[in-house]
Design a protein around this ligand. Sequence first.
Ligand code: DGL
Length: 264
Amino acid sequence: MPRSDGPIGVFDSGLGGLSVLRHVRALLPNEDLVYVADSAYLPYGGKPPELVRERVDEIGGRLIEQGAKALVVACNTATAFGIDALRARFDLPVIGMEPGVKPAASCTQTGTIGVLATAGTLSSTRFQNLMHKHAGAARVIAQPCPGWVELVESGDWHSPAAREKLRHSLMPVLHANADVLVLGCTHFPFLRDALTGIAGLGVTIIDTGEAVARELKRRLGQAGLLAAGPAVGTIRCFTTGDIDAVRPLVAKLWGAPLTVASFR
Ligand code: DGL
């Protein structure tokens, strides 16, 4: 049985999920948070669905064994391939990510929206279902963005070479007249300013991180699992990769140093 004084487990293939963690932290400041970056298996985007499912099962399962009262699968690719199995296995709140096609379709003026995500997410049945359900009359340009996850994980997305990589995948979407861009990968919110620099301020950018934090709060409340008391929660960060390589990047993306340890 999950306990309300347990931590919330949040995980991603790497550090992209910190873009979701920051919304969780802002909305639920007194919750203890455990973040796991599966850096040894990054990126998930081009991996076989079966492998991604195994990783989700492994990390989610271990977080729950270690006392997590809820899980946030802070990765669109992992959600697409692994969340159903996780939900079937555990009876506690398991919140996932999905590209914000619905809000995008309701705010486009040109009738065309761009979904920026990994090739894995875009090829998934879950994404096809999402489009059928929520795209309505909008034309959807589903754009894989090779190399963008690696740019974030390298900590450098401002160099001329990085900007060229962003332009390479973004320009076809802009040329197709999309006026709304959906960030369908949790690494991409870190690229937001760079993307606005290329697309211009007339283009709306949609990130579902905040909505996911709200859904998490609602589900914890419904299950009677919200932390009691006003104490500020702890944040612990783990990686399956090299902690010395991950630590400085965590500090850069989070905006402050966090302790980083090996996930075992
Ligand atoms: N951050 C992940 C997502 O939201 C994927 C990155 C990767 O390819 O590992 O899809």
